[in-house]
Design a protein around this ligand. Sequence first.
Ligand code: NAD
Length: 423
Amino acid sequence: MKVGVIGLGYVGLPLAAAIQKKTDYQVVGFDLSEKKIEKIKNRICPIDDHQCEQDLKEITLQVSASDEILAGCDIFIICVPTPVLDDYTPDLQPVKNAVSTVAKHLQKGNYVVIESTINPGVCDEVVIPMLEEATHLIAGRDFDVAHCPERINPGDPHWNVYNIPRNIGSTRPESTRFLADFYRRFVDAEINEMPDLKSTEATKIIENTFRDINIAFSNELAKSFDVLGIDILTVIKGASNKPFAFMPHYPGCGVGGHCIPVDPYYLIERASKSGFDHKFLKIAREINNSMPAYTIELLANALNEYAKPIKSTPIGLLGLSYKANVGDLRESPALKIMQILQQKGADLIVFDPYFPEMSNASSLEEILEKSFAIIIATDHSAFRTINSELLAKHNVKIVIDGKNCLNKEEIRASGIYYKGIGR
Ligand SMILES: NC(=O)c1ccc[n+]([C@@H]2O[C@H](COP(=O)([O-])OP(=O)(O)OC[C@H]3O[C@@H](n4cnc5c(N)ncnc54)[C@H](O)[C@@H]3O)[C@@H](O)[C@H]2O)c1
């Protein structure tokens, strides 16, 4: 058996490495990025994934930026991006391009698995018609198409490609069984066999939409509690000791990453084409998208106390990544905060240890030293060490804690202005 993984990013690379490590299948990887391919060939992991870094040291992956490497594959696994365009409409072009590549090599008896996140209907309405037209083979008879959505959480010290349960659905029950057994060879967790493609596609989308909606609820509560003078973290902690039916979600300066702020648009768009208006999902997106501007509003209110405008005031932006302790900028709210501060003419100082090339300060000490006010946009571990002593030492007057990760009471007690999101 020969397995080809198309797209060697956060999803595809750990997957290819896991199959190679745990099975006796021949594994090949194809990616358009020659830079990435060169790194992998030199056993340098191009993504922030500790497990994958380790795996690349132990195995040798055959990879190429030429799709010829996919010739003769029995199983093709597509792991390419599914972004949105500037107007938030889904961009299926990378998936379509990958499907065209697979079509060049597809033969009778092969399997095509989509791991990329896609809305209900993409396999039936886009992938299968493209493959059938290009090859004159029939899906469900000559070859099979499956969806096995990935749930990987980059930077997570516990959950990885080897232990996250999966769902899989395909064009035929016997193919679903065959592919589920294939995944069971390297995933030590439940592989749930789903009855069809559409419900498998929908499962992944609702997982991420569920998070988006709940975070939006927390963000709306944060704005409300700011008016009411209630600390949202105290309230969430209180509600969380209910042993059933409450799941804490936390407010912040925005929602980033390749999944949560993107995937809901795929469902919104597809449902809209069939005449259904996802009002709730749209409002959740609107609320979460409003948080970077809300964070700046909090900064402006704070500066007002010191009779200062944003323009020309030294403002330190701590963190660019969309989440703590990873170097990943995709859809990061910090970038939106940075853009607004630039538009308003702030004297902007930026520091993110994961992005020295985008920072104009080279250490935490330096950014604090130069800033009148700071905004914490990413809760990297190093930033969590900030306390009143450090702030006072560098004469920082205002802290806007976009991640609610500092000790509010301790900082306020020292006379420094502290404002979190909803606290
Ligand atoms: N990153 C995550 O945490 C995560 C988690 C679960 C699901 N997903 C989903 O998995 C999919 C992939 O995400 P990712 O984070 O791995 O993306 P990524 O950007 O890290 O990697 C995608 C790779 O695909 C390559 N690529 C693009 N078009 C290609 C083509 N036509 N042929 C070959 N290679 C191509 C790119 O060069 C890139 O290296 C997306 O649908 C995403 O929503 C991501």
